[in-house]
Ligand binder design. Structure first.
Ligand code: Q46
Ligand code: ZN
Ligand code: ZN
Length: 303
């Protein structure tokens, strides 16, 4: 198998682009896909400081590596969710990654802040672990970014994640979610930080290949509290389609982004104010995070 670009030995085949690449040209292709997404969706402005949400998984660490290589001022943020050995191991991998590249990693410990890990918070607040976890992560990302002067929050969602979310939103006709599904969520309030997904054009297979080729150590274990059975089903379905008709996944997702403004001409506006307790943006008097803390018998949280 020969590289489409240099005729050297190819190490990866990308049927969706009808291409095969050697290590050098695969990396060039990978960085170009990120550059394209950043440019097309105006993800990072000049002089903007980026906070990369890292979990120890392949996508977020690869994202940090790529943004760093492309010359962005990108620092990491890890939240210790208090999920026993899983959290200990993933923090260690994020620290090793940051230290080996001399990058700054911000960390916050949920048990340190609240006295509880996700498992206990989920039980005490009667939410599923992933719903409690999602709320806490969104809140802490925004608050830390705001308090420490980052203008952009970057997450490692890849094409497989985005296409699976899209399929889920379509099969259940969740038009409200569809209208908001985007690789960039601009700030629509002075206390709301812009959120971006620069890996949205790259598949899971491409991200893991990039991690392996660049010696990035990441956590292989699944989070023991993971519930995403439905999203796994959508990913399997999309992979089946992709294997039988290469290019389906990227056409499905990019096609949607292209049609989106026609499909949803008016973005649904939400009226945001600030939380009475923590001054973070919310549509309610007390935000969902502070409400959760009240249920745990806790007062205002200081980061
Ligand atoms: S960390 Fe948290 Fe995920 Fe674990 S509890 Fe669910 S949401 S699965 S990305
Ligand atoms: Zn080549
Ligand atoms: Zn609040």
């Amino acid at each position: 198998m020969k590289c489409t670009k240099c005729k050297g030995k190819a190490i990866i085949k990308l049927p969706q682009h009808n291409a095969r690449f050697c290590k050098t040209h695969f990396e060039e292709y990978f960085l170009n896909q990120v550059k394209k997404a950043v440019k097309k969706y105006k993800m990072i402005g000049k002089d903007e400081k980026v906070l990369v949400a890292v979990s120890g998984g392949k996508d977020s660490l690869v994202l940090w590596e790529v943004l760093h290589r492309l010359g962005y001022n990108a620092e990491g943020f890890y939240i210790d969710l208090g999920i026993e050995e899983y959290s200990r191991h993933s923090l260690e991998l994020c620290r090793d990654f940051a230290d080996s590249r001399n990058l700054q990693l911000n960390t916050v410990s949920l048990p340190g802040l609240t006295g509880y890990g996700i498992r206990e918070i989920s039980q005490k607040t009667r939410r599923t672990p992933c719903s409690a976890c999602g709320l806490i992560k969104r809140y802490l990302f925004n608050r830390l970014a705001l308090e420490r002067g980052y203008q952009v929050i970057a997450t490692g969602h890849n094409l497989d994640d985005e296409a699976a979310t899209l399929m889920g939103n379509i099969t259940r006709w969740q038009t409200n979610y569809l209208s908001r599904q985007s690789p960039v969520l601009p700030s629509n309030h002075p206390s709301m930080v812009k959120k971006i997904k620069p890996l949205c054009r790259l598949t899971e297979k491409e991200t893991s290949s990039f991690a392996v080729l660049n010696g990035i150590n990441y956590i292989y274990e699944e989070c023991p509290l993971a519930e995403g059975a439905r999203s796994i089903l959508y990913k399997k379905t999309l992979n089946y389609l992709e294997n039988n008709s290469p290019g389906t996944k990227i056409q499905f997702y990019l096609g949607f982004l292209k049609q989106k403004t026609e499909l949803f001409p008016q973005e649904s506006e939400t009226d945001l104010s600030v939380c009475r307790i923590c001054h973070q943006p919310t549509t309610l008097e007390v935000c969902a995070f502070c409400n959760m803390m009240e249920k745990l018998g806790l007062e205002k949280i200081t980061l």
